[in-house]
Design a protein around this ligand. Structure first.
Ligand code: NAD
Ligand code: LMR
Ligand code: MN
Length: 567
């Protein structure tokens, strides 16, 4: 492949301080002359390989994951090509540094680690200038992807006021090839109810209680309408909104714009792919499963709906019958009729169990039925955790589950690692190595009783959302439909290592995530073209190449100085 050529309008410090264009010591002698850099750089011209080697050695000198995270953050502010190229070369090692789990620690310390702003901060108290603020930031750039968060439910660590959209956007570039200059990361700062932040003098967000109700809705609506007006073809990705808003906002806007809620849809999709892989190992159908989901928030509901829809599509079960395969629990125990509307969100209605089924079961004094009782009675084949409650899958519960099924499928999905409902090694030990496991954050392999190692798949939405978004974006899809998501999910499931070897991991390794994301993107774009959601007129055979061409690559290319060029 020949080196791409770019015409760039920046010179001197202007280009050195611009992370999109800066090459540091990799500027050639000719470029140094043309861009006014000869005296601004030391003599030696380095290749990108040499720069990566030096940067990696510097990274290794940082001893903790958080220090590595801040080092890489600085590098991103200096030089995008070097940043993405370095991480791309050490993907498995560095994704956990820039994303889950280390990102949780970085966000919880955001105000104290803060050095330089990134993305767009839209503040409730400045809402009158929202349009101007957006235009100042996007500066007439073409935007393909908008990632937005109001930071109310960051991973499992709750209300953090600001943070997350940048880390999610980086994964789009790293794994799917989304052009970082065409993404916009937005923080909707509507305050925080986190007392520690409100009492912290160094807190950089708006020190005010969270705005809720009609004012909040209006603020979000103003933002969404601006995205529609200025970036009508962008994909709008919602991340880590609170449970009372996540699904509601998705439903509100899905007819207006290509919107995607990662915690609901991305998590549902990756979990369905993981379960399809697991039932390939147990040689059963989705419709044979009894599924207990612990934590009925955005992720829990998204998973239940996606698995249910999978059962309907794949096994041709009616939606009503499919709903009966699910038992959801939240902080009031099993979601059953007598909990009443105060304790059951309207969007959980279809999964509410009748009380009559539970008359013979021991409840607490408030009439709530806990996880152990549910496991004893239901004898689940699948147990999924997205409750943020570390250790909720106790030894007693896991052993009880293993009595009722040959190969218990257990997915503790809460992030970061410290919040997992069960440690994979414990689940493995308590089931004599029979459990089929996947976790939300990366974990080392389990030691089996027979001395072999069992690779624990990472069931994190990052394995699917970059491909879903990239496929939809390149196909200029007006929406991201359920059928497009199912197409991506099936493609991901078809790449599961356990399909070839039942003792292998349930999902592809994150080291293979770029190739996997590309396949997901192809499947999504093919589906969009086939069903008419796409705004392109492509034949199926050309989709792969179209996507390939659109991928941003972490290479420098050759620069020509041109006062009318890009900046
Ligand atoms: N692996 C992944 O890809 C992935 C994706 C999304 C979310 N998650 C993780 O799942 C967890 C939940 O995320 P979310 O977005 O759904 O958050 P959320 O706030 O929407 O949902 C959490 C739910 O857990 C419930 N809960 C709290 N305490 C409980 C208890 N003691 N027993 C039962 N339920 C309880 C809450 O009431 C709430 O409904 C987080 O840790 C998050 O990191 C993982
Ligand atoms: O961010 C992640 O690692 C996955 C997920 O979106 C989460 O909220 O936990
Ligand atoms: Mn999330």
């Amino acid at each position: 492949m020949s080196e791409p050529t770019f015409r760039v309008a920046l010179r001197g410090d202007g280009i050195l301080n611009n992370p999109r264009w800066n090459k540091g010591t990799a500027f050639s002698a000719i470029e140094r002359g043309a861009f006014g850099l000869t005296g601004r750089l030391p003599f030696r011209v380095n290749s990108l390989d040499e720069q990566c080697e030096r940067a990696y050695n510097q990274l290794l000198m940082r001893e903790t994951p958080l220090r590595k995270n801040t080092f890489l953050q600085s590098m991103k502010e200096q030089n995008w090509v070097l940043y993405y190229s370095l991480i791309g070369r050490h993907l498995k090692e560095l994704i956990p540094i820039i994303y889950t789990p280390t990102e949780a620690e970085a966000i919880s310390k955001y105000s104290h680690l803060f050095r330089r702003s990134e993305g767009l901060y839209l503040n409730f108290s400045n809402q009158n200038s929202m349009e101007q603020d957006l235009l100042e930031q996007s500066g007439g750039r073409e935007i393909d992807l908008v990632v937005v968060s109001d930071a109310e439910a960051i991973l499992g660590i709750g209300d953090q006021g600001v943070g997350i959209s940048v880390a999610k956007a980086v994964i789009y570039t790293l794994l799917a090839g989304m052009d970082p200059s065409k993404t916009l990361c937005v923080t909707l700062d509507v305050g925080t109810d986190n007392e520690n932040l409100l009492n912290d003098r160094l807190y950089v967000g708006w020190p005010h209680r969270r705005v809720r109700g009609a004012d909040y809705d209006q603020f979000v609506d103003n933002f969404v309408q601006l995205v529609r007006k200025h970036h009508p073809h962008s994909l709008l990705h919602f991340e880590d909104f609170g449970v009372s808003n996540a699904k509601r906002l998705l439903d509100l806007y899905h007819d207006q714009h290509a919107v995607f809620n990662d915690d609901v849809q991305g998590t549902g999709a990756v979990t369905l792919a993981c379960i399809m892989s697991a039932i390939g190992v147990t040689k059963s159908r989705l419709a044979d499963q009894r599924i207990v989901i612990y934590g009925a928030g955005s992720a829990g509901l998204g998973i239940a709906r996606q698995l249910r829809d999978g059962m309907v599509t794949i096994d041709k079960v009616s939606p009503k019958d499919a709903n009966r395969h699910f038992w959801l629990l939240d902080r009031y125990g099993l979601i059953k009729e007598s909990l009443g509307p105060d304790k059951i969100r309207p969007d959980l209605r279809e999964f509410v169990r009748p009380d009559s089924e539970w008359a013979d079961v021991r409840a607490n004094e408030s009439g709530e039925v806990g996880l152990l009782e549910v496991v004893k009675k239901v004898r689940p084949t699948i147990l999924i955790g997205c409750s943020t409650q570390a250790g909720a899958f106790t030894e007693e519960i896991v052993r009880e589950m293993a009595k009722g099924t040959e190969r218990p499928i257990i997915l503790p999905l809460s992030n970061p690692s410290s919040l997992h409902e069960v440690k994979p090694q414990d689940a493995n030990d308590w089931t004599d190595g029979k459990a089929l496991l996947a976790t939300g954050s990366p974990f080392p392999p389990c030691k089996q009783p027979n001395g072999k190692e069992y690779k624990v798949a990472e069931c994190n939405n990052a394995l699917i959302y970059p491909g879903l978004g990239f496929g939809a974006m390149v196909a200029k899809s007006r929406c991201l439909t359920d059928t497009m998501i199912i197409a991506g999910t099936r493609r991901l499931a078809s790449l599961a290592p356990a399909l070839k070897d039942p003792d292998d991991a349930l999902l592809p390794d994150f080291g293979d995530a770029p190739a996997v994301s590309f396949e997901v993107a192809v499947a999504v774009a093919e589906q969009a073209v086939e069903e008419g959601s796409a705004d392109v007129d492509w034949k199926k055979e050309e989709i792969r190449d179209r996507l390939r061409v659109k991928q941003w690559k972490a290479v420098y290319g050759k620069y020509i100085y041109d006062p009318n060029g890009e900046r």
